[in-house]
Design a protein around this ligand. Structure first.
Ligand SMILES: NC(=O)c1ccc[n+]([C@@H]2O[C@H](COP(=O)([O-])OP(=O)(O)OC[C@H]3O[C@@H](n4cnc5c(N)ncnc54)[C@H](OP(=O)(O)O)[C@@H]3O)[C@@H](O)[C@H]2O)c1
Length: 177
């Protein structure tokens, strides 16, 4: 028997083109003290290129660390604080509300760890930048190998490489890609 959260994730997986995008150090670190512990312009431009003109979803802490809405994207932030609001940002209080926004384009799940942890099972794809090296950090990327199959390197740079993973439950839809 599936619980309510599993049923919601099934609904999100089926109804939305939701994909995750993340940059993860070789020791699993994604953040430290509410910021990203590296600055790699090529990796940032990969992120920008992938998410341009689509919707981006992030946790309130990740939004605060960036400090402003990402330009040329529909910005969606999840928070339990009913008073939290920012200009040009759609605020949601729970993941079910994603189904009520009428999102037609790709919805990119942009972190942080809490949001990845909750939504990775509902993402059709994962674009993972592996940042070469080990970085001290207080925020780690959740386990994903049990959910995603097929790994293809789509970009290789001196400081990082990007792999595309497909949700095991969606592999059949990508048989020809
Ligand atoms: N390397 C990368 O690719 C990458 C990407 C993104 C972020 N990061 C890093 O990750 C760190 C932040 O991650 P984090 O896990 O601490 O925080 P986060 O996921 O960005 O945000 C957590 C907040 O989101 C809200 N939230 C999460 N789940 C919710 C739910 N089910 N319902 C309602 N609200 C919910 C809550 O906000 P309220 O507390 O307001 O209720 C919660 O405190 C930072 O260091 C950031 O730089 C790294």
């Amino acid at each position: 028997m599936k619980n309510i959260e599993e049923k919601l994730r099934d609904g999100l997986l089926e109804k939305l083109d939701m994909r995750a995008i993340a940059a993860v150090a070789e020791n699993g670190t994604i953040g430290n003290k509410n910021s990203i512990p590296w600055k790699i312009p090529e990796e940032m431009s990969f992120f920008r290129k992938m998410t341009q003109n689509a919707s981006v979803l992030m946790g309130r802490k990740t939004f605060e660390s960036i400090g402003h809405p990402l330009p040329d994207r529909q910005n969606i932030v999840i928070t339990r604080d009913p008073d939290w609001a920012r200009e040009d940002v759609i605020t949601i209080a729970n993941f079910r509300q994603l189904l009520e926004l009428g999102i037609k384009k790709t919805l990119w799940v942009c972190g942080g760890a809490m949001v990845y942890g909750a939504l990775l099972p509902a993402c059709r794809e994962l674009y993972l930048s592996t940042i070469f090296g080990e970085f001290a950090g207080d925020t780690k990327f959740p386990e994903f190998n049990n959910l995603f199959t097929i790994s293809k390197i789509i970009l290789a740079c001196p400081a990082f490489r990007v792999e595309r993973y497909v949700n095991g439950r969606f592999v059949h839809k990508y048989a020809d890609t």
